[in-house]
Design a protein around this ligand. Structure first.
Ligand SMILES: Cc1cc2nc3c(=O)[nH]c(=O)nc-3n(C[C@H](O)[C@H](O)[C@H](O)COP(=O)(O)OP(=O)(O)OC[C@H]3O[C@@H](n4cnc5c(N)ncnc54)[C@H](O)[C@@H]3O)c2cc1C
Length: 479
């Protein structure tokens, strides 16, 4: 496998700054001088900003291939303890590896597939960002080219996607590509970049951490029933929606889990179980959803051989918890009973094995605020630990991947020699800027995902308009 290292021409950022034209710079200086002479009266001139362009050396990935496996630069960069080897934590480890930033990745599970994590993800903006992790081809990913919305009788009320845009249009390239991939396949592709999964400290559950007298942090883990202590310069909580790191930094009372009023039931069905069906919806390149104003089912390719469904509907928190603990048989029965709709929905649900079904009440938290972390010293959060969101916009993993890349790029830029990050402190050098970018980018996704949990279970889901439901509403000013 090819190894990668940070692109020397853009310092791993994927973009370079265009020089500001001399004439623009001079004009600004002149206007500034006049403004100052007038004792600040009138409008102050705006400093010209350098525009960015895609780095031609690395084509925007921030990486170039290297003959050698990257080595950590322990002398110059902080040692990063990453808590949680899910999507965000593994991605951060990969991004640190490529930049020579020393790290240790700790995961509570004892092995990669200790628990079933069977659901699929849609990579939207992050499908391009995958190149920033040295993944140029997700061979287990499936690209969808059509998205349909139906009413329960099967009438199409909306359609979008590449196939629609290409019809009668002169456009030759898709607006964007959505890649559907099993969560575990994405995680595996990231782990492959690390060289081997032995890089991960499996079976390490973080208990707590505190500053030590050497200017670093001591971290305590539960490992095989014993407490083990390790050291680091920076701790990153990538430990999911019920993050232990977050609860040590921000009290649960300040931003408790917030129930979003609905439950999701998920299943994965092999296409081989539907061989007798002749439905254009089962072509492994179509995403479709069907709704009745209360229940909504969303179907997407899970991999080239199976389809994943996600049924959701409003329910009280207590009922949702009871149903999810009743087990797979009860979840399947509930799903079938609620979706006696057009073909191939009933057929897919009944052909799904109970072992492939799961169900959860849906939660998020109040939007993260910079000031909640300003006293967190050498600790920060990424992914669901920072900004959990409902799955209805398919953004949680996308944001976790973008967080990972952004944090590694900020560490690489802010801590490279001759920076004095040890004296300045990691918070001032790296974390404040990173958290501000992360919060600004992800907050809108958390809000939109919470709104989607409402409107997708209302008549709005059946709005006639060839665009994603949220977009139609935004355009009409109803969101
Ligand atoms: C049904 C469903 C569908 C979804 N669909 C999409 C989608 O289409 N697109 C999308 O972008 N997102 C989607 N998401 C969201 C996405 O899965 C999450 O946002 C994403 O996995 C978050 O990544 P993470 O690394 O922050 O957390 P996780 O992937 O949850 O990883 C956290 C890791 O931390 C470990 N851990 C926890 N506590 C500790 C501890 N104390 N010590 C050590 N390790 C610990 C856990 O074992 C786990 O491995 C979906 C989610 C669900 C439930």
């Amino acid at each position: 496998m090819t190894s990668f290292t940070s692109c020397p021409d853009c310092m791993g950022l994927g973009k370079q700054k265009r020089r500001i034209k001399k004439s623009l710079r001079l004009r600004y200086l002149l206007e500034l001088e006049q403004f100052e002479k007038a004792n600040g009266e009138g409008t102050p001139p705006i400093r010209p900003e350098a525009s960015l362009y895609i780095c031609p050396t690395c084509a925007g990935s921030g990486l170039v291939s290297s003959l050698d496996f990257p080595k950590p630069d322990k002398e110059n960069y902080p040692h990063v303890a990453i808590i949680g080897g899910g999507i965000g934590g593994t991605a951060l480890a990969v991004a640190c590896l490529h930049r020579g930033i020393p790290f240790t990745l700790y995961e509570r599970d004892k092995a990669f597939d200790e628990r079933s994590q069977g659901y699929g993800l849609t990579l939207q903006q992050a499908s391009k960002a995958m190149e920033g992790f040295g993944i140029f081809d997700l061979d287990k990913g499936v690209v969808s080219t059509r998205h349909l919305v139906h009413n329960p009788d099967g009438k199409v009320v909306a359609e979008w996607g590449m196939r629609k845009w290409m019809q009668g249009s002169t456009k030759t390239s898709p607006k964007k590509t959505n890649i559907h991939i099993a969560r575990q396949s994405l995680r595996q592709a990231l782990i492959q970049q690390l060289g081997s999964d032995t890089t991960i400290q499996w079976g390490h559950q973080l208990l707590d951490f505190k500053d030590n007298k050497d200017g670093g942090i001591d971290l305590n883990f539960q490992v095989n029933g014993k407490v083990k202590t390790d050291k680091a310069d920076l701790i990153v909580g990538a430990d999911g929606i019920r993050s232990a790191v977050r609860s040590l930094l921000i009290s649960e009372k300040r931003s408790p889990l917030r129930y979003l009023g609905c439950i999701v039931i998920l299943g994965i069905c092999p296409l081989s179980a539907l061989e007798n069906m002749n439905s254009h919806l089962l072509d492994s390149a179509t995403v479709f959803q069907t709704a009745n104003g209360n229940e909504r089912i969303y179907m997407m390719p899970y991999d080239s051989d199976s389809i994943m469904w996600q049924l959701s509907f409003p329910m009280t928190e207590e009922d949702a918890k009871t149903l999810s603990t009743k087990g797979k048989k009860a979840l399947k029965e509930e799903a079938i009973q609620r979706t006696q709709w057009h073909s191939p929905i009933p057929e897919i649900l009944s052909a799904t094995l109970e072992t492939q079904i799961s169900g959860y009440p849906v939660y998020d938290r109040a939007l993260l605020r910079s000031e909640w972390l300003e006293n967190s010293g050498k600790a920060t959060l990424i992914g669901d630990a920072a900004h959990p969101m409902s799955p209805f916009k398919g953004q949680g993993a996308n944001q976790a991947l973008l967080d990972a890349l952004s944090l590694a790029r900020t560490i690489f830029k802010a801590c490279r020699p001759p920076s004095n990050w040890r004296e300045k402190g990691i918070r001032e050098s790296v974390l404040t800027a990173f958290e501000s970018e992360m919060i600004e980018r992800s907050s809108v996704k958390v809000q939109d995902s919470a709104l989607a949990a409402q409107f997708l279970h209302s008549e709005i889901a059946l709005y006639e308009g060839n665009e994603p439901r949220g977009k139609v509403l935004k355009r009409k000013g109803k969101l």
